[in-house]
Design a protein around this ligand. Sequence first.
Ligand code: NI
Length: 270
Amino acid sequence: MLFDSHTHFNNEDLTSLERQALFNTVDKAVQDGRLSGAVDIGFDLPSSEMAAEHARAWTWCYAAVGCHPHDAKTMDEEKLARIGELSKEEKVVAIGEIGLDFHYDLSDRDVQRYWFRRQIRLANELKMPITIHAREADQEVMDILKEEGAFSEDRKKWFGHAGVLLHCFSGSAELGMQYVKLGAYISVAGPVTYKNNKKTVAVAAAVPADRLLVETDAPYLTPVPFRGKRNTPLFVEYTARRLAEIKEMTFEEMAVITRENAMRFYGIGK
Ligand code: NI
C-alpha cells in the first residue's frame, strides 16, 4: 500500500465536480488496498483552509498548512496566525509548503525570505514538521533552515528526526546527503521517471531507503507512462516502481518502506 506524501486536492484548477470525482477515485483505491492515504498540501491561506477541510472529511486524508514562496506576497500577520490555528487540528500534520522559488520569482525575493523564516519560526513554536519547496535557491534554503533552527536538538527530540522534508527534491545527490546527515527526509516525485533526469536518479540512489518518501504533487508532475495527463495520487505507484528499480528492491518493499517513512515523518499513527 502506497502513501502519497504530497498532493493538491486543493488545486484551484479543479472544479468542485472534478474534485469530488477525484476523492471518490482515491477513496475506492483506499478501500481496495492500493493506497493508504495522502497529504493535501496548502500553498496559501485559502488552500490551507481547504486542505484542513478535506482532512476532516476523509479518514485517509491529512493536511499541511502554509504559504508557498509563489504566494508569499499574499501573506500578512493575520493569515500567519490563522495558519497557526489550523495547524493545531488533529489531522494537520505539517507546516508547508514553505521555501524559496527563484526560478519563477512570483513573489519578491525578500518577501519570500521573510515569510519562509516566519513560518519556520511558527513551526518551531508549535512543534510541527515542515515541508520545503526549493527551486534554484538550494544554498539559501539550506542556510535559512540552519539559521532558523530547523535542525535543532529540540526538534530531533520532538520528532525523532529533524521534521524537515525536502519535497520534490531537485538538488544534487551531494546536497541530498547533507540534508540526510542533518536529520531531514527527501521526497521524490514523477520526474524520477523521466528519461533524461539523471540528477534525481542519482539522488534516489544515494539517499538511504529509510529517508525516502514518494509523492505525486498532483495535479502536476505526472510520471511516465501517463506524462501529459493530469496527475492523481494513484500515479504515485509509477514513482515508487522506478525507485524500487533504482534501489534494487521489490515494488512491495518500496511501497512499505516509503509509507512507513511518511508515517514517521508526519507523526501519523503515533
Ligand atoms: Ni506542491
